[in-house]
Design a protein around this ligand. Structure first.
Ligand code: 13P
Ligand code: SF4
Length: 304
């Protein structure tokens, strides 16, 4: 414990010396969240990256998030302490696959979840996150959209925006996909008074059991504001750390088996310190795609 405290103190000192901001996703290890300047969901982290005055962004999350930060802050040094922290869902579609899919649907706009590579974003009309996907689709005013790569988020958006035909790429998040309705029903049996909060990356049969379907930061706000005292949290377990801080005195339960994203857990305090010392490994976006990828992210941010 004192080792962790020493590490955290060294990180804070070095971050100040390097004029670095530490951004962490809500699924990061608790000790990594605690050392960060800002902890948030994908949308919040993008906004922080775009707004920061720091020269260096240390991104505690997965690769597509750091890449989005680099798109929004091209003059900053963006460092991903765990360079092998990827997102299997983001890798379920490539630029070539998206180009071929678009060719089957000429003129149909493409909405892409930020959980995607810059190459895919570059072929996208507008990006979205779990916090704004229905709003983004609605803003297009189209009767059909192509939605990639998450089929579960696509199905949920289709319900929220009736009248729009949401054609889904068949990608998914392995961490959320493992959660079955039965696991949630067992948790409800064990905690009948709890509100069920679920992330839209969950299967449709799981989402119908939820009292609220929310992004990770949406869950933090909901838990703080709800009169309920107990919550079943149907998403990656790292969020419980933030939930306990956002709503102290309330109780949070995961489903069994608990959902863990192995990539989110690759960032440790040791790696954050090493990243601050060396300012490596850096994330870069190939020049040929950066402008188009950025445009799709900026269109999303402009929607709100
Ligand atoms: P949020 O934007 O809701 O934090 O989700 C990101 C993510 O990767 C969920 O799996
Ligand atoms: Fe990707 Fe799922 Fe991990 Fe989120 S939880 S980073 S979608 S694998």
């Amino acid at each position: 414990m004192s080792d962790q405290r020493d590490l955290a103190a060294s990180i804070r000192d070095l971050a100040a010396a390097r004029n670095a901001v530490i951004l962490a996703h809500n699924y990061q290890r608790g000790e990594v969240q605690d050392v960060a300047d800002f902890v948030g969901d994908s949308l919040g982290l993008s906004r922080e990256a775009a707004a920061t005055d720091a020269e260096v962004i240390i991104f505690c999350g997965v690769h597509f998030m750091a890449e989005t930060a680099k798109l929004l802050a091209p003059d900053k040094t963006v460092v991903l302490p765990a360079p092998d922290a990827g997102c299997p869902m983001a890798d379920m579609i490539t630029g070539a696959k998206l180009a071929a899919w678009k060719a089957e649907y000429p003129g149909v706009p493409v909405v892409t979840y930020v959980n995607s590579t810059a190459e895919v974003k570059a072929l996208t009309d507008v990006c979205c996150t779990s916090a704004n996907a229905p709003q983004v689709v609605r803003s297009l005013g189209a009767d059909r959209v192509l939605f990639a790569p998450d089929r579960n988020l696509a199905a949920w958006v289709a319900e929220q925006v009736p009248g729009v035909d949401v054609i889904a790429w068949q990608g998914f998040c392995p961490t959320h996909e493992r959660i079955k309705a039965q696991h949630v029903l067992e948790a409800i049996d064990a905690h009948p008074d709890a509100e069920v909060l679920a992330h839209p990356e969950c299967r449709p049969e799981v989402l119908v059991l939820a009292d609220a379907v929310l992004s990770t930061s949406g869950m933090l706000r909901w838990a703080a504001e709800s009169p309920a005292r107990e919550f079943i949290v149907v998403t990656e377990e790292g969020l419980l750390h933030g939930l306990q801080k956002a709503a102290p005195g309330k109780s949070f339960f995961t489903v069994d088996p608990c959902a863990v994203c192995p990539n989110m857990k690759k960032t440790t305090l040791e790696k954050v310190l090493a990243a601050l010392e060396s300012l490596e490994p850096r994330v870069e976006v190939p020049e040929g795609i950066a402008a188009a990828a950025l445009a799709s992210v900026e269109r999303m941010i402009a929607i709100g």
